[in-house]
Ligand binder design. Structure first.
Ligand code: ADP
Ligand code: ADP
Ligand code: ZN
Length: 213
């Protein structure tokens, strides 16, 4: 199954993607996580991406598209993939369409997680992430059992440097300007599954499972 998780920053894409993986046995491809790994490794890509990420700007399309196109050729994508945080612009969506057509593939569903901006600010300012495995936590809504330690892998749970109010505000503006038009784009293609992203983690998960059936 070939899936896209679409939604504003903080909608729960990463959280829900990780829950769905066990079910579908396809890899989660998170462009944000790929960039954070490159920043940590100090690669050229990381250095380039960091300047955009810290401000809350989008990394240029040609950089992102190349990375995803390459990632999709890896053997684990043979039976499908879950794209989390890509595409984020119309040119990215067009480029993805071309890559898939070339492979004789098509998208099955675009899961659109809907959450109002006020709630997103609360989710993002309180977000914490495991440095090792990427599991998402929240200081109020999903605190790790032991403060600062990942329940899953024991890794260090930290706050992303771009999860500050200024960068979050900018990311929300960019979402409305550049990414939200993708809902109409995929809507025209009959692929959009709109999911109410408010409520308990498992409630949202059940809605997604129902939409995939
Ligand atoms: P969030 O969880 O807030 O939605 P991500 O972890 O998906 O954020 O992305 C972090 C940052 O990485 C973004 O603010 C942006 O700078 C960059 N990024 C990730 N995916 C893309 C993309 N598809 N296009 C452009 N920039 C991206
Ligand atoms: P995204 O990948 O869309 O940017 P995340 O999955 O990282 O979003 O979630 C953002 C923050 O909101 C995290 O701290 C996460 O624990 C929290 N969160 C996710 N889903 C819910 C929910 N249904 N209710 C409350 N908080 C949530
Ligand atoms: Zn972990």
């Amino acid at each position: 199954m070939n899936l896209i998780f679409l939604g504003p920053p903080g909608a729960g894409k990463g959280t829900q993607a990780k829950k769905i993986l066990d079910l579908l046995k396809v890899p989660q491809i998170s462009t944000g996580e790929i960039f954070r790994a490159a920043v940590k490794a100090g690669t050229e890509l990381g250095k380039k991406a960091k300047t955009y990420m810290d401000k809350g700007d989008l990394v240029p399309d040609e950089v992102v598209v190349g990375i995803v196109a390459e990632r999709l050729t890896e053997p684990d994508c043979k039976n499908g993939f879950l794209l989390d945080g890509f595409p984020r612009t119309i040119p990215q969506a067009d480029a993805l369409g071309k890559v898939l057509t070339k492979r004789g593939n098509k998208l099955d569903h675009v899961i659109c997680l809907e959450v109002p901006d006020g709630e997103l600010m609360k989710r993002l300012t309180g977000r914490r992430v495991c440095k090792k495995c990427g599991e998402e936590y929240h200081v109020m809504f999903k605190a790790p059992a032991k403060a600062g330690v990942c329940n899953k892998c024991g890794g260090e749970v930290y706050q992303r440097s771009d999860d500050n109010e200024e960068s979050i505000g900018r990311r929300l503006t960019e979402y409305h300007k550049q990414t939200k038009p993708l809902i109409a784009y995929y809507g025209e293609r009959g692929l959009v599954r709109a999911i109410d992203g408010l409520g308990a983690f498992d409630e949202v998960f059940d809605r997604i499972k129902a939409a995939l059936r």
